[in-house]
Design a protein around this ligand. Structure first.
Ligand code: SAH
Length: 352
């Protein structure tokens, strides 16, 4: 029996994301093989998406949440969180700062808060009216009519991670919720004309490399415009408090394989990667990521938006500045791009 070589497997996943090959590549631990994997991911990124590090300004505008996700510190059973919701003026002030820094996208994220669709529509309208910004929402599962209202108000994009494309695993970490309703939301968003992002955490309890391989295949099949991947970080106030955190190298291999197979998706080097023992966002960029999401939430609220502990990462209210981001880009041999950077996917471009 002749086994295909590492190089042959790597070349083959670049043309067809076969589950067995993806799983084999997720398991490599040889340093040279890993460098080859990351190098191919960087080449594919540079050719399909340019040598760019794109910026998206993040505003965490509410930490209220009605869900009980087993991994997330904002889950509603965590009574030690001091809950906040930013006022319209506060959110507009963040939008002002993002535009003033020359960043082309604002991302409005929250827990699954019970605000009305009108509350968010008004904010979206005002931001789109006053600033030349692309606008991304990430507020979880909502009725199709809300997604439609926000699209009509001017929202351009929506982020909602699938967390796991495996029904059993998904439903084991999301009490009372179903994978099919999550997928329906992603379908509705796409049908409404949003640019849609999804993604996963790496290394949460119960997840295996074969689940991750299946998730990468799911990303390819659905041709997402954006895909966020970060390590799971245990939070004290959740049922997963004593589980180990996700492995850095496995996270980087997942990013690289997602790049190699999805080609031109926008892939952030996530805040979670920036919140490990050291800031690993450069490693994410070197594994094929090309987006950084500096946080514009005020420091006092940012501390309360504790989906996981030590959420340091990228923060324009703290130590981060455009100069430090340019230096991060330079280290990754990329150039900062502050333009809105819409989807590069053919289906999106053809519909323009
Ligand atoms: N309510 C929104 C936003 C959720 S927070 C929604 O449902 O889409 C954004 C992402 O943070 C989640 O999708 C999850 O993948 C990630 N996250 C949450 N808890 C985490 C943890 N403990 N470690 C790492 N990532 C986590």
């Amino acid at each position: 029996m002749v086994y295909p070589s590492f190089d042959a497997i790597l070349q083959s996943v670049a043309t067809s994301p076969d589950l067995e090959n993806l799983e084999a590549l997720l398991c490599i631990d040889d340093t040279q093989q890993m460098e080859k994997l990351f190098s191919l991911a960087r080449n594919i990124r540079d050719v399909t998406s340019g040598k760019r590090m794109v910026l998206r300004g993040l505003v965490e505008f509410s930490n209220y949440c009605r869900n009980t996700c087993f991994y997330c510190g904002l889950n509603r059973t965590n009574a030690s969180v001091s809950r906040y919701r930013l006022s319209e003026e506060e959110i507009l002030a963040c939008a002002h700062d993002i535009a003033a820094q020359g960043i082309g996208t604002i991302v409005l994220q929250s827990g699954e808060d019970a605000f009305t669709s009108l509350y968010l529509s008004k904010i979206v309208e005002k931001i789109k009216d006053r600033y030349n910004l692309a606008l991304t929402l990430s507020v979880g599962e909502r009725p199709a009519s809300d997604y439609r209202d926000w699209k009509l108000a001017g929202a351009d994009r929506y982020l909602m991670r699938i967390e796991s494309s495996d029904k059993k695993l998904y439903e084991s970490i999301h009490q009372g919720r179903t994978l099919s309703s999550r997928i329906t939301c992603l379908d509705v968003l796409r049908d409404l004309g949003y640019q849609v992002g999804s993604g996963i955490m790496v290394g949460f309890p119960g997840q295996t490399v074969s689940h991750i391989a299946q998730d990468i295949k799911f990303f390819c099949e659905r041709d997402f415009d954006m895909i966020g991947i970060g390590p799971f970080i245990p939070h004290e106030q959740t049922p997963f408090r004593s589980s180990p955190g996700g492995d850095l190298l496995l996270t980087l291999k997942t990013i690289a394989l997602t790049r190699i197979t999805t080609k031109n998706a926008w892939i952030p080097s996530t805040t979670a990667l920036g919140s490990l023992d050291r800031d690993c966002r450069l490693d994410g960029l070197q594994a094929g990521a090309n987006v950084i999401m500096p946080n514009f939430t005020s420091l006092s609220c940012k501390k309360k938006y504790e989906i996981y502990p030590n959420k340091e990462g990228s923060n324009m209210r703290g130590s981060e500045s455009l100069a430090s981001l340019s230096s991060l880009a330079r280290s990754a041999e990329l150039v900062v791009d502050g333009s809105r950077c819409d989807s590069l996917k053919k289906s999106y471009i053809q519909n323009l």
